[in-house]
Design a binder for this molecule. Structure first.
Ligand code: IMP
Length: 179
């Protein structure tokens, strides 16, 4: 375990197993609709999750990335700004947004609205983690890996001041790191 980590909440093994389940469910749902989604990962937090999840989606999907928000320290900010947009038109495309965590819900609500405005046929959401207690916007993910308590978490894409994204598990930092 990393020296700055107080405890591991979700192990790599549990994450991989959950990605297998989510992949199977996503495959079945989109097969039933007879269409393949464009996966859109929100940089940078979604990268490890997207990389694992796509291995378990058994259909010809494509993926792209968007970079939108800024997240200063441990407080989520309301306004989002597009730093990197999608590479091609999404008119009529079914999108599956891939996120690391739904916290207040502001980021996903804004991005979903933006993608629908650009002509996406539908926008569904898959998130590795969900912190339902923190929600301020009425939005929920269509597919959730794990619900987590109202604690700041790091690892598997999630950062604290851009660090710890590469940890292969989701954990909580030692209290002194936040001081
Ligand atoms: P929201 O707009 O408040 O839902 O925030 C979403 C973004 O905030 C996520 O994509 C993360 O980048 C960041 N975030 C929220 N909670 C945490 C956390 O516990 N650890 C690390 N990043 C977080």
């Amino acid at each position: 375990m990393h020296k700055d980590v107080k405890k591991i909440l979700i192990s790599e093994e549990e994450i991989v197993k959950r990605c297998e389940e989510l992949g199977r469910q996503i495959t079945a749902d989109y097969e039933a609709k007879q269409e393949a989604p464009l996966l859109v990962g929100l940089l940078k937090g979604s990268v490890p999750f997207l990389a694992e999840l796509i291995k378990h989606i058994d259909m010809d999907i494509m993926f792209d990335f968007m970079d939108v928000s800024s997240y200063e320290g441990t407080q989520s900010v309301g306004n989002i700004r597009v730093i990197k947009d999608l590479d091609s038109s999404i008119n009529g495309v079914s999108i599956l947004l891939v996120e690391d965590i739904v916290d207040t819900g502001r980021t996903l609500a804004e991005v979903k609205r933006m993608l629908l405005n650009k002509g996406a046929k539908e926008v569904k959401i898959v998130s590795l983690l969900d912190k339902p207690q923190r929600r301020v916007v009425d939005i929920s993910a269509d597919y959730v890996g794990f619900a987590v308590p109202n604690e700041f978490v790091i690892g598997y894409g999630l950062d604290f001041d851009q660090k710890y994204r590469n940890l292969p598990y989701v954990g909580v930092l030692k209290d002194e790191l936040y001081e």
